[in-house]
Design a protein around this ligand. Structure first.
Ligand SMILES: [Fe+2]
Length: 263
């Protein structure tokens, strides 16, 4: 499997906190059946993103781990004005493996109306935006029509592996299920931060998807599409999304009504 989103490099952000943690995360990935990871430190108001430093950390961990796991670099790109300015000047500074795919993270508290235009501008730069973990974002969960507009625009969606097994709570799990059912997911990634609460593990999600939707589906989301993004190729699995209307108000609504109690 190929993991396109993880915080395996130490001292960059709220991910790995030491060389030992980075190495333990790498060992965890190897044991899990992961062959390639893209280290994607945050670039947001809290954490500076310095590609030269990211690359030197990558080299350090890569040399310690040898050829058992290939580590590439990218960025967990927060859509802020400053980041967008820097991106326009040099897109490959932020993209996955310095190619054409870009992880895009939204704030939990506000998604401006101008976002549709911003995503379009990224596409005009030749980039493929990948919207990260919408199932964990309460704002998107209450406005599926907006996510669908971005999908129709040609954006892709990455769901977090842990969400599929309920690691981010029932609402995120339900939202992940509904997105998967609606053919609205292109990638599953770990978004790992450590070896305990946010592990670098994909196999549990792979097994759950293989069981519910078949092995070729699991392969598409955890091997084939991620590998294509790593290598800047078109995605082999690009399904036509089903109508979003079936998802509306189901994942962020009040608890399910007991419909038949008065009978
Ligand atoms: Fe992340």
């Amino acid at each position: 499997m190929v993991d396109i989103h993880c915080h395996i490099l130490f001292g960059m952000d709220d991910g790995a906190d030491s060389t030992e943690t980075s190495l333990a995360m790498a060992e965890m990935a190897i044991a899990d059946g992961v062959t390639h990871v893209i280290a994607t430190p945050h670039a947001n108001n809290e954490y500076d993103f310095i590609p030269e430093l990211v690359r030197s950390r990558r080299d350090e961990i890569q040399s310690r781990i040898g050829d058992r796991l290939a580590i590439a670099t990218g960025c967990d790109f927060h859509l802020s004005f400053e980041n967008l300015e820097a991106l326009r000047a040099d897109p490959q500074r932020f993209t996955l493996n310095q190619g054409d795919y870009l992880l895009v993270e939204f704030a939990d508290f506000a998604i401006p109306a101008s976002l549709d235009q911003t995503l379009h501008q990224l596409q005009l730069l030749g980039l493929h935006p990948i919207i990260t973990h919408p199932e964990r974002n309460p704002l998107i969960r209450s406005q599926w029509d907006r996510l669908w507009a971005w999908l129709r625009q040609g954006c892709y969606v990455q769901v977090t592996a842990q969400s599929i097994r309920g690691g981010f709570g029932r609402r995120a799990q339900q939202a992940a299920e509904r997105l998967l059912d609606a053919n609205a997911v292109h990638f599953v990634a770990s978004d790992a931060h450590n070896v305990t609460t946010r592990p670098l593990r994909l196999k549990p999600a792979f097994d759950a998807l293989a069981e519910s939707k078949g092995e070729s589906f699991a392969r598409a989301l955890l091997e084939e599409n991620p590998r294509a993004a790593l290598e800047s190729r078109p995605l082999p699995y690009r399904p036509e999304p089903a109508d979003w209307k079936g998802l509306e108000n189901k994942t962020e609504s009040s608890p399910p009504r007991k419909r038949f109690w008065f009978f």
